[in-house]
Design a protein around this ligand. Structure first.
Ligand SMILES: [Zn+2]
Ligand SMILES: [Zn+2]
Length: 333
């Protein structure tokens, strides 16, 4: 089969690899579409010690069951999946918070990913989709579920309903875009997206139909928002998030570009700000997100671009150099 292999920093090569073996309780999927994630880009730059050269990346997939070693999973059915392979029995798994599983591993990290014609995955990791769902929409489930989970945690921490809240989203990449689309759908009272890249600001304005701003050119209102979603997670955006949130408000930290920075604990304490972290999604979030995507809660997805798997290297280069207005590129094997 053809697979896009991460061979060295900033290098993906289309190679001929053997098709995956069918393991006990697993299925082999023929991949229809797979998204390029910020974490794939991070690995490609050589910045992720867990994703080593020789690996097939990619964990935002939709595919058709080609071979099945599980009684309830038929050949020919289409699925997306949870790329986090979880144990099912630890404290977190039994609470339904399997994103925090103590023994989790991951597709496209600890086992081969979906930038290939075929990929194997445990049957228990599959997520049902309506069989007529478009491949592009289904492949967006994983990043959309990340936004879904982050907003669910945010809403739990807010004192008033979202319909009464002014929300700032920092970052117009895929997660920022998906969060903004969901916030608009959920009826946030006011919504502003801050993004440096002019083409991405235009895409947000067009597809989310909300206010946008360039944080380098315009000041973000201090104490102006009930909730701030930081979908970048850099030192500068964390600082901006804490300054933009109103007293008593919520800062949701989703992106993780920089690992460390000073936090103004005085403001956090005296203004009773809730600072939250979020990691991926639970299986329940993925299922809910499939329904929401299928019902059109995330809009028309016209901002998503599709390319051939063979053009993968160029897609990574374009995303890395900010030459691409699309916040998400899907590859088609
Ligand atoms: Zn991802
Ligand atoms: Zn577990």
């Amino acid at each position: 089969m053809k697979a896009l292999v991460y061979t060295q920093a900033e290098q993906l090569r289309l190679q001929e690899l053997p098709e995956p073996e069918l393991e006990d309780q697993e299925v082999v999927l023929r991949i229809e579409a797979v998204g390029i994630c910020g974490s794939d880009l991070h690995a490609w730059r050589g910045h992720d010690p867990r994703r080593k050269p020789g690996l097939v990346l990619g964990h935002e997939f939709v595919g058709v069951v080609e071979r099945s070693a599980h009684a309830r999973i038929p050949r020919g059915k289409r699925y997306t999946g949870n790329p986090l392979i979880t144990c099912g029995v630890c404290e977190y798994c039994v609470q339904g918070r399997n994103n925090l599983c103590s023994h989790r591993t991951m597709v496209g990290m600890t086992r081969p990913g979906a930038f290939a014609e075929y990929m194997s995955i445990p049957a228990t990791s599959l997520i049902d989709i309506p069989q007529d769902m478009s491949a592009a929409s289904a492949a967006l489930t994983e990043p959309a579920a990340t936004a879904w989970h982050a907003l669910a945690l945010t809403q739990r921490a807010l004192v008033r309903p979202l319909q009464e809240c002014r929300v700032l989203v920092i970052g117009g990449g895929a997660i920022g875009m998906l969060a903004a689309l969901l916030l608009r759908h959920a009826g946030a009272r006011a919504l502003v997206v801050a993004e440096l890249h002019a083409q991405r600001r235009e895409a947000v304005a067009r597809h989310v139909a909300c206010e946008t701003l360039d944080p380098l050119a315009e000041a973000v209102a201090e104490s102006g928002f009930d909730a701030v979603i930081d979908a970048v997670g850099a030192k500068a955006t964390r600082h901006q998030a804490l300054s933009a949130v109103k007293p008593g408000g919520v800062v949701m930290h989703v992106g993780l570009q920089d690992w460390a920075s000073e936090i103004d604990m005085r403001r956090l304490t005296l203004s009773e700000i809730t600072l939250l972290g979020t990691y991926t999604y639970t299986t329940a979030d993925l299922r809910a997100t499939v329904d929401a995507l299928h019902a059109g809660a995330f809009g028309d997805l016209g901002w998503v671009q599709e390319r051939e798997l063979a053009q993968g290297q160029q897609a990574f280069v374009d995303l890395s150099q900010g030459r691409c207005a699309a916040a998400k590129i899907l590859l088609r094997p």
